[in-house]
Design a protein around this ligand. Structure first.
Ligand SMILES: Cc1cc2nc3c(=O)[nH]c(=O)nc-3n(C[C@H](O)[C@H](O)[C@H](O)COP(=O)(O)OP(=O)(O)OC[C@H]3O[C@@H](n4cnc5c(N)ncnc54)[C@H](O)[C@@H]3O)c2cc1C
Length: 389
């Protein structure tokens, strides 16, 4: 059993300044940033770390400055490059491979808006004609497409990033409690008590980053957010000719994406930014055949050199909010509890910045970035606030 008999004000072996629930990329970056800032921090996860059962699994994630979201995201995305570089240096590892991103779409305004976000950070998007694109990418885009490359984009080695951040967290004195599913949280001040299978941990601040399990964890605390966990898949297809680039077609609301599968040379990883609703605690898989078929048909039509079938796939979860922007906020009553959830399939790249923002919130300082647009307040009138889980 863990010992929680310490008096408030004295840190014991099972009492901490901060407990972070969730050892995916978001919680790991938050825990590392907090520990670096001098807070005694415990990172708690239900599974043995590192694991790839949540949203942070797999080999690769796109990082980019071309922003599909609200303008407040642009400086956050830009800053994340600096922090990933810092993490790479400290971990003595190259965690980002440069890979420009090809952005295509039929809505001129939407494509221009993304190009402008690259410009807003001081870089130049590279506009391409349809002919130039089809020749370079062996693609079949028609004359009604608007196309540019984000030359600053890259591919993060996701599994290596997760391992590196957790290692750095331990090196700065962070403690890991893994294989430790949190089953209860008793909010309080100065101590919040967190119960798991082998006892209770107490912490002055609690940071929640439970990914697709967010509804389960938050509803314990009386917080109801309009989050949907969906199962999705990335497929790996043979394609020797696709340049070392990422790709997104933002013509439709659910966009198609691809990125070089650097871990599997000769393949590209591709998919549709969509999924089928699935509670991550349920034991049976949902049927993703429709999702696979849509992706294969799209890529076959626009990149005819792609193999007819996928060689293998990787399953994962998105946690979607109604506007597909994340939610970062404090508990409405227990101000020492914070959460960062609903990263809607695009959060990996910005995790180090989110970690720093959460650290500032714990320290009672104004965060470097204005995150007010990401508060839960915006869903107050939402009819979907009561989730089905
Ligand atoms: C197919 C796919 C492609 C993507 N592509 C990109 C991309 O190109 N670029 C990009 O930036 N992002 C991308 N993303 C999104 C990105 O991967 C996620 O936004 C990010 O990984 C979310 O991390 P997280 O830490 O919030 O969640 P998770 O990684 O799921 O971590 C949550 C953690 O909480 C733990 N937990 C939950 N409940 C409890 C409990 N009760 N007790 C203890 N622990 C608990 C879980 O075990 C888990 O480890 C993609 C996602 C997918 C699925």
């Amino acid at each position: 059993m863990l010992d929680i008999s310490q008096e408030p004000g004295k840190m014991g072996k099972d009492s901490f300044d901060v407990a972070v629930i969730g050892g995916g990329i978001m919680g790991s970056c938050a825990a590392y940033s907090l520990a670096k800032a001098g807070k005694s921090t415990v990172l708690i996860d239900k599974y043995a770390l590192p694991h790839f059962k949540g949203s942070s699994g797999g080999f690769s994630r796109i990082t980019r400055r071309a922003n599909f979201g609200i303008p407040e995201l642009t400086p956050i995305m830009d800053d994340s490059f600096r922090l990933w570089e810092e993490i790479s240096q400290k971990a003595h590892e190259e965690l980002i491979n440069p890979a420009p991103m090809l952005v295509v779409g039929k809505d001129r305004q939407a494509v221009s808006k993304m190009a402008e976000s690259v410009e807003a950070t001081g870089y130049k998007p590279v506009w391409l004609s349809v002919q130039q694109t089809n020749s370079k990418y062996k693609s079949k885009f028609t004359d009604d497409y608007y196309i540019f490359e984000d030359p600053t984009a890259g591919v993060l080695k996701a599994d290596r990033c997760l391992i590196a951040v957790q290692k750095l967290f331990r090196e700065v004195g962070g403690r890991v409690l893994d294989g430790w599913p949190v089953v209860g949280v008793e909010a309080g001040e100065p101590w919040t008590k967190i119960s798991g299978p082998r006892g209770v941990v107490k912490a002055r601040w609690l940071v929640l980053c439970p990914g697709p399990w967010a509804n389960h964890v938050l509803q314990h605390l009386g917080v109801y957010l309009p989050l949907r966990s969906v199962r999705t898949t990335s497929m790996y297809c043979r394609n020797e000719q696709f340049p070392l680039s990422s790709f997104v077609d933002c013509t439709t609301g659910s966009y198609f994406y691809a990125l070089p599968a650097m871990e599997h040379p000769g393949h590209i990883k591709m998919g549709l930014h969509d999924g089928v609703e699935m509670d991550p605690n349920q034991s049976h898989e949902v049927d993703l055949a429709g999702l696979r078929q849509k992706s294969l048909s799209y890529f076959k039509a626009f990149f005819p050199d792609l193999a007819e079938q996928y060689a293998f796939e990787q399953l994962c979860y998105y946690t979607l909010t109604p506007d597909e922007e994340f939610i970062l906020d404090r508990h409405p009553r227990h101000r020492n509890i914070m959460y960062a959830v609903g990263f809607s399939g695009t959060g990996f790249k910005i995790a180090p910045v989110i970690g720093e923002v959460l650290t500032s919130m714990v320290q009672g300082k104004a965060p470097k970035h204005d995150v007010s647009a990401f508060s839960a307040e915006r869903f107050k009138k939402s009819t979907a606030v009561k989730s089905k889980y």
